[in-house]
Write a protein that binds this ligand. Structure first.
Ligand SMILES: Nc1ncnc2c1ncn2[C@@H]1O[C@H](COP(=O)(O)OP(=O)(O)OP(=O)(O)O)[C@@H](O)[C@H]1O
Length: 250
């Protein structure tokens, strides 16, 4: 069988006596959207931080297309095709939407921030940046400063910035957080459009979104994956009902 895009095996993270990640194993296949759900404190943020190289695991392996990346720094992982969006938006508020994406294109090209002012008018950065904005549904808002964008548009812009890194695997940390119903629908459509092209690991509390989008869902409780399967299997799982979703809520 082909190597999955992401393979995590037996990952453990201890904080003193607390086991925040408890022998966690999961994989994401090429083009798959795999959702990770779990109650507050289950260890989702800690897991993403280990995938990105922001936290060093205590034990276990993380492989990207078969290559062990668990000891690499964040920048090296990004160069190998890892990308992420954040729970709380991390954008340059005074710059326009287009400038934020063009800067991400420039970083991927390996240029230093020092040349940013000169690069601002560089078509080789701005043309691809417009394409990423369009992929995130923001073509018409290119020249608007971030601070004047709605919260939903800022989340879309974060997606465009992440896409500018040309990730093979995109970690999405609560992309629906704080969005209204129509903004949520738009974000759902955008993510649905990326399926099949980019592997995605989606951490999300919004169950409607998770059940609508995910090819597979893994349920994390106290740092352990207690169930993994498609939406129907997760909704039918007695362990999930008891441990997480609450009897009768699904
Ligand atoms: N740096 C740290 N030192 C000690 N304990 C930590 C640290 N980071 C996280 N924890 C603990 O690890 C556990 C998992 O936390 P984590 O933030 O990963 O959960 P989560 O699933 O992301 O929660 P939420 O949905 O609220 O974001 C919690 O018990 C938390 O208190």
């Amino acid at each position: 069988m082909a190597e999955p895009l992401l393979a995590v095996e037996g990952l453990v993270k201890r904080f003193g006596g607390l086991v925040a990640t408890d022998h966690l194993s999961l994989d994401v296949r090429e083009g798959e959207l795999h959702a990770l759900i779990g109650p507050n404190g289950a260890g989702k943020t800690t897991f993403i931080a280990q995938l990105m190289g922001e936290l060093r695991p205590s034990e276990g392996a993380i492989r990207l297309s078969g290559v062990e990346i668990g000891r690499l720094g964040t920048a090296a992982r990004v160069r190998m095709g890892l990308g992420r969006t954040f729970q709380i938006v991390q954008l340059l508020p005074d710059e326009t939407a287009l400038d934020n994406v063009a800067l991400a294109v420039q970083v991927r090209h390996g240029h230093s921030f020092r040349f940013w002012r000169a690069a601002r008018r560089d078509a080789s950065l701005r043309d691809p940046a417009r394409d990423y904005l369009a992929m995130a549904g923001l073509a018409a808002r290119a020249d608007v400063p971030v601070s004047a964008l709605s919260h939903g548009e800022q989340k879309q812009l974060e997606l465009a910035v992440a896409l500018a890194g040309e990730p093979r695997l995109l970690l999405l940390d609560e992309p629906m957080a704080g969005l209204g119903p129509s903004e949520s629908r738009q974000m759902q459509d955008l993510l649905a459009g990326l399926k099949g092209r980019i592997g995605m690991l989606l951490v999300e509390h919004d169950m409607e979104t998770v059940f609508a989008l995910a090819d597979r869902i893994s349920v994390l409780v106290h740092g352990r994956v207690i169930a993994s399967g498609d939406a129907a299997a997760i909704q039918a799982s007695p362990e999930v009902r008891v441990a997480y979703l609450g009897e009768g809520d699904v």
